[in-house]
Structure formats: C-alpha cells, structure tokens
Write a protein that binds this ligand. Structure first.
Ligand SMILES: C[S@@+](CC[C@H](N)C(=O)[O-])C[C@H]1O[C@@H](n2cnc3c(N)ncnc32)[C@H](O)[C@@H]1O
Length: 210
C-alpha cells in the first residue's frame, strides 16, 4: 500500500446534499453481491457513503484526475474501508478500452455516473454508453445523475444559469437534453427503466441493458 495522506481528501459540498437521495434512488438496483463501477467518482465522498450504505457489494471507484484518485484513496482510508474497497481506477471514458481486468469485468453488475455528462464533452456521454455495453450483461443497470434539459418541459431558471456558466467555462460542456441521451442509450441497446425527480432540479435516470 502506498503512503496515504489524509489531507488529500477533497470536499465537494454538493455530495453531502445529494448523497441520501441518490442512495435511495439506487436502492432497488443494488444487487445482493458483485461490483458497482462508479465512473467519475470525483472526491470519493459518494463512494464511501454508498459503500457503507450497501456493504454486501463492492464499490469500485474511478476518475481520470490524479488529485481525485488521491482524494478517493484518502477518503477510503479515513473511513477504514481498505478491506472492502479497491483502489480507484484511472478511467477516462474516452480512452478505450477502459483498464478493467477480466476478473473485474465478470463481477460488475451496474455502473453509476454522477454529475459527469454535463461537465465533459458530448463525446464522453457517447463513450460512456458504448463502452458500458461491452461488459454489462442483460438487465444490468447504468444510472446517470445530474441536471438535464427536457423537451416540452419548462427549464428551471437555476438549470439555465448553470448551463450558461458551464458553457462559459468550456464551450463543449453544458446540460444535455434527456431525449438525446436516451437516443444514445437506445442505440447502444439500453432501455429506459426509470426517471426519478431529485431535489434541486436534478434527475436520476436509470437504464438497463437489453
Ligand atoms: C463535477 S465532478 C463530479 C464528481 C462526483 N461524481 C460528484 O458528483 O461529486 C465531474 C467529474 O467528472 C470527471 N470527468 C471529467 N471528464 C471525464 C472523462 N472523460 N472520463 C471520466 N471522468 C471524467 C472529473 O474528473 C470529475 O471528477
């Protein structure tokens, strides 16, 4: 085990506000055992919370940023979860194939991706579905969480503002239309299982592989 610095822990304030509602949305999808792969784990605060909430499964984190992976390791250490949680993987959804061993592939039962698709180019959303379908099996789930635009729905002012600020940081970022994300999901063999309205104008959107 490499040296772990507990000061590497990052705090993403939103995780404290949304972790309970995401955990509830996840509850009917968590299998009895197996691995849930989290893409874009960020600080790792969600991961340790979900691992504690669902101790019968293994929460496998990942993130392409070194600072985030250090933070994840540090949160795992802080909660004394090293015996349960593996080290985070360096997964950039666009660098394919993802670095996942055959053994891990055979254990993955679902994928969770929180607050990534609007803070990355659209090509990342496509890559997420294209790569996920290569190792999920029938009925396995992919959960997306975040703010979305929806056709024929009034857009909340807060989401419009958030979209504007994202686009001012990077013109390839921005809130996605749920219907366009669904199209990508369907093209890759997923079906829409459930849309759950979440606090602060966010959604949990759960797909299952056909
Ligand atoms: C807003 S943060 C969300 C982190 C965490 N899921 C949360 O909700 O606190 C966005 C995350 O997406 C990750 N990310 C950005 N581009 C990515 C890519 N191409 N592949 C995988 N993750 C990516 C970033 O490293 C960052 O951790």
């Amino acid at each position: 085990m490499e040296y772990v610095n507990l000061r590497d822990r990052l705090n993403f304030p939103a995780t404290l506000r949304n972790r309970d509602s995401i955990a509830s949305a996840l509850s009917r999808y968590i299998p009895d055992r197996g691995v849930i792969l989290e893409i874009a784990s960020g600080s790792g605060e969600h991961a340790v919370f979900f691992q504690k909430r669902y101790p019968s499964i293994i929460w496998q984190t990942s993130d392409p940023q070194v600072l985030h992976r250090k933070s994840i390791i540090s949160w795992i250490a802080h909660h004394g979860l090293f015996s349960m949680m593996p080290q985070p993987l360096d997964i950039d959804v666009e660098k394919r194939p993802w670095p996942i061993t055959n053994e891990l592939r055979s254990l993955i039962k679902g994928i969770v991706c929180i607050n990534m698709i609007h803070i990355s180019p659209w090509s990342c959303t496509k890559a997420l579905f294209e790569e996920s379908k290569t190792f999920l099996h029938q009925n396995h789930f992919l959960l997306l969480y975040g703010p979305f635009f929806r056709m024929n729905n009034e857009i909340p002012e807060s989401n419009l503002k958030f979209d504007k600020s994202l686009r001012s940081q990077n013109k390839l970022w921005g809130l996605r239309y749920l219907e366009r994300v669904n199209d990508i999901a369907f093209e890759n063999g997923f079906e829409l299982d459930k849309i759950i309205e979440m606090p602060s104008n966010n959604l949990s959107v759960i797909y299952r592989l056909n």
